[in-house]
Design a protein. Structure first.
Length: 202
């Protein structure tokens, strides 16, 4: 079923539920809202409104539907933020157990994407405890941002020093495409060298 078909079906249900045919202006209003929010999100919001024991007694208007959509988005954001918090604890655990030389695996693909956005696994492992505490908010932001992207193009793994030095081609995304790490290794080595010099000078 296409989004357009779903919208037409939902409007028929609205008409049947409230016992009246929709005026052409009402249909145009729903179509405009479908363009703004997406047909699937709009239809789900309309169905939730009709199932509401209080508000559902009234024909859905823009305020009703907007309230349903905002509420759904807030719930989704809260759920994603909670997941990010759980995954951050998993990252900290892997830092202690695997370290910069290993290449840990994470069940949630958004975790690897967030780590890449923060500079990669090796750089993350070199952070101090204080720096990691500050990074937790950045990780959550990057995790939520990754959740808005196409999962097909998210990196599905992180690389430690051993994998980088071996210069093995790795899967850069979940679609299985590969890329050489030669450039990445050189850049990582330079960063590590500069970091080492900076620490020696303190």
């Amino acid at each position: 079923m296409t989004p357009g078909d779903k919208l037409q079906q939902t409007l028929r249900l609205v008409s049947a539920n409230y016992g009246k045919a929709l005026a052409p202006e009402q249909v145009e209003l729903f179509r405009a809202m479908a363009k703004q929010h997406g047909a699937n999100l709009l239809c789900d919001a309309i169905m939730r409104h009709m199932q509401d024991p209080d508000a559902g007694m009234f024909f859905p208007n823009m305020a009703h539907i907007s309230a349903q959509i905002v509420g759904t988005q807030k719930q989704a954001d809260a759920s994603l933020e909670a997941t990010a918090g759980t995954q951050w604890f998993a990252v900290l655990d892997k830092i202690r157990k695997v370290g910069a030389y290993g290449s840990p695996k994470f069940e949630n693909p958004l975790t690897a994407a967030a780590i890449h956005s923060l500079g990669g696994w090796v750089q993350l492992c070199r952070k101090t405890e204080d720096e990691l505490r500050w990074l937790s908010k950045n990780f959550t932001a990057e995790f939520k941002s990754a959740g808005e992207r196409n999962p097909e193009f998210l990196p599905n793994k992180v690389q430690g020093l051993i994998a980088l030095k071996n210069n093995r081609p790795i899967s850069s995304s979940s679609n299985g495409s590969t890329a050489s790490l030669g450039t990445l290794i050189g850049e990582a080595a330079k960063r590590l060298k500069n970091d080492s010099r900076g620490n020696d000078g303190e």
